[in-house]
Design a protein around this ligand. Sequence first.
Ligand SMILES: C[S@@+](CC[C@H](N)C(=O)[O-])C[C@H]1O[C@@H](n2cnc3c(N)ncnc32)[C@H](O)[C@@H]1O
Length: 265
Amino acid sequence: MLTNQEFERIVRYMKRTAGIDLSEKRVLIQGRLDNYLHKNNYRSFDEFMDLVERNRTGKEAEYLMNALTTNHTYFWREYEQFLYLKQQVFPQLKEKNVKDWRIWCAASSSGEEPYTLAMLCMDYLGLEHNQYDTKILATDIDTNVLERAIRGVYTKYSVQQLPENYIRRYFKPLNEQEYMVKDELKKEVIFRQFNLMEPLPFRKPLHVVFIRNVMIYFDEQTKRELLARIYEKMEPGGYLFTGSTESLNQCHGKFRYIQPSIYRK
Ligand SMILES: C[S@@+](CC[C@H](N)C(=O)[O-])C[C@H]1O[C@@H](n2cnc3c(N)ncnc32)[C@H](O)[C@@H]1O
């Protein structure tokens, strides 16, 4: 039984550490933790939270974070943005003779989004690709999804939206149900755990930031502060891509609106 106090304690913890607002998600919290607590003989949510709060880098804190994030994603999601990137942004980088394309995928979940970005870079540059460094930095707070991303095995349903030639070129079929990302694509993406509430670790300014379908879990203030910090780390003229339901409205700060879910410094 999750008491009101325990519920509020978990909500406060998630907000403080990851910016995630779960104040309306009582059923989700209970549903995702119940089994684990039961299996591990915790007598209450408080007993579990005592351990979490005692050691924020410990196993239970990691479990809690992984359990309470929502990781839904798929290849080629909201593909209009990928087309914009390929048709508008890549040609500009190339024209400016930028050889080191600094692209950050800020909430990469199980890897479908950053692998898509890597495919686009390789496809766009073709034989010239080896003259460029276009490695994608892909980060997420959740260590389970990062492990899946590094493994790079996906069901046929998750790749089915991709253009057919991308499937053929960048995946090898493992069996009737699964595909594996080829090594040539894997080495184009660097996966790291990173919490967006921490100071951003970039020394060189970013050309492109994908931060899609994660700010929906943050409140307005958290979102505004995060966007201001991202802005500071971007190259003038750099592009920011958000999820299609995450228009920045008033809180886009200094970013210039280009078209829905695409902004520019
Ligand atoms: C719904 S997925 C979005 C995946 C992908 N960007 C897409 O649009 O398909 C949201 C991801 O944000 C991550 N996330 C949530 N809070 C985070 C935080 N504070 N720092 C980093 N990642 C976070 C979750 O772990 C989850 O994998």
